[in-house]
Design a protein around this ligand. Structure first.
Ligand SMILES: NC(=O)c1ccc[n+]([C@@H]2O[C@H](COP(=O)([O-])OP(=O)(O)OC[C@H]3O[C@@H](n4cnc5c(N)ncnc54)[C@H](O)[C@@H]3O)[C@@H](O)[C@H]2O)c1
Length: 398
């Protein structure tokens, strides 16, 4: 079992432990899983604020630090008395039980997952382990914790299960957007593993009374996203003058949401969501992958006027498509808007500008996470897919 109450700070020679004292916090903490990943670290920063006076309360972050987890995302929180980092696996039942008993949180926000569709195709095992068995372990631990808790704790506790719109499958061009009653039809191993975890959460609520709420969100973008995903990959490659690999014809449509808006939605669900319900979260920003890539290129042309790679869209290469690639996702977010008063604050244009500006301001972060193992993965995933330019693609389709 890993000891909790330890903040790990990533340094050049590996992690260095710094002791913090969670008992000094005035508030009952929340427990977050996967808080060192993309959405999780944005959530942790948003929850704790830039300093103690802006904090919503103490937070314990349990993260395994897989390739996608980066303790450096949270380095600014080192030494904060309201923040505790625990290096461990959600599937470690003894550790999770210990954390629940030690910190007695009033909520668990479950972000931890294997989250990249391409990796789920190359090797699904870790997805089943973490997304399904890991969620099962958390649910069992929460169930045992609440069984032994007083009625006030049981009344207040919430398990927020952070899931994806990919569980609903793929839409045709004229189909209505996904709503909370859309039947599940997952198409990738990733989506299937998330769908399975959603079903477990639902069943543990109905059968065992675990006070859970499920959220299904569309594609996020923003700071701290690992550069294997579309947007940061395009930004990092364009800045380096490398090809911008676009799957198939680039006409796959996603509904894009700025990550801070997703995090605000999760806070709204925690504060006012109804137990046993599902809330869809989306930005109402449907864009094709190619439109997104072109928008990134346009912003880079503007923000990096001295770049030798302008116009950046000339770097676009169409590569062999992902097997079973879903064509279109779209989210109907009217339930969370109506019930909880949540609205996305960023349009796609304002959110994208903030995102590109963040990556431009943080080249060391990109250099740090795009290390040897990352390069091997990118070479493995894109190396055999070939590549063609816009002109060649248009000719082939003529
Ligand atoms: N990124 C999106 O666009 C998006 C959209 C909707 C929903 N989601 C969901 O939101 C959640 C977070 O997504 P993300 O993009 O931040 O993912 P991510 O891959 O960036 O981060 C996942 C985090 O979980 C940690 N983790 C993985 N396995 C673990 C384990 N066994 N135990 C403890 N920690 C573990 C990793 O170290 C990492 O810090 C996921 O559940 C994902 O399905 C993501």
């Amino acid at each position: 079992m890993n000891e909790s109450n330890v903040t790990w700070i990533r340094g050049t020679k590996g992690p260095t432990p710094q002791l913090t004292d969670p008992s000094s916090s005035q508030t009952i903490p929340i427990l977050v899983t996967g808080g060192a990943g993309f959405i999780g670290s944005n959530f942790v920063h948003g929850w704790l604020g830039p300093n103690l006076s802006g904090s919503r309360g103490a937070l314990v972050n349990l993260d395994k630090l897989t390739y996608a987890g980066n303790a450096g995302n949270l380095i600014a929180l080192a030494g904060r008395p309201d923040y505790t980092f625990v290096h461990g696996d959600i599937g470690d039942a003894a550790l999770v039980a210990h954390l629940l008993e030690q910190h007695r949180p009033h909520a668990l926000l479950h972000f931890a997952a294997e989250s990249h569709v391409d990796r789920s195709i190359a090797g699904p095992d870790a997805f089943l382990r973490t997304n399904i068995e890991g969620t099962f372990a958390l649910l069992q631990a929460v169930r045992a914790y609440l069984d032994g808790a007083d009625s006030a704790t049981r009344e207040r506790f919430r398990f927020i299960h952070v899931s994806t719109d990919e569980v609903y499958g793929s839409l045709g061009p004229d189909d209505a957007a996904f709503h909370e009653d859309t039947p599940y039809a997952p198409n990738s191993p990733y989506a299937a593993s998330k769908a399975a975890s959603d079903h477990l959460v639902r069943a543990w609520t109905h059968t065992f009374g675990v006070p859970a709420i499920i959220t299904n969100c569309s594609n996020n973008y923003g700071p701290y996203q690992f550069p294997e995903k579309l947007l940061p990959l395009m930004i990092a490659n364009a800045l380096a003058g490398k090809p911008l690999p676009v799957y198939g014809d680039g006409q796959q449509i996603r509904d894009w949401l700025f990550v801070a808006d997703h995090c605000r939605a999760l806070e709204a669900v925690l504060d006012g969501g109804r137990v046993g319900e599902t809330y869809n979260i989306g930005g109402g920003n449907q864009r094709s992958n190619l439109e997104v890539v072109h928008a990134v290129c346009g912003l880079l042309d503007e923000l990096v006027p001295g770049s030798p790679h302008r116009p950046h869209r000339a770097l676009v290469r169409f590569v062999e498509d992902r097997p079973g690639h879903d064509r279109r996702y779209a989210i109907d977010a009217s339930k969370i808007e109506r019930e909880l008063g949540w609205r996305a604050l960023e349009s796609f244009e304002t959110g994208l500008r903030k995102t590109v500006e963040w990556y431009l301001a943080n080249p060391a972060w990109i250099a740090d996470v795009t290390s040897g193992a990352y390069r091997q993965w990118i070479d493995q995933n894109y190396g055999t897919r070939g590549g063609t330019t816009s002109a060649a693609l248009a000719k082939a389709h003529a």
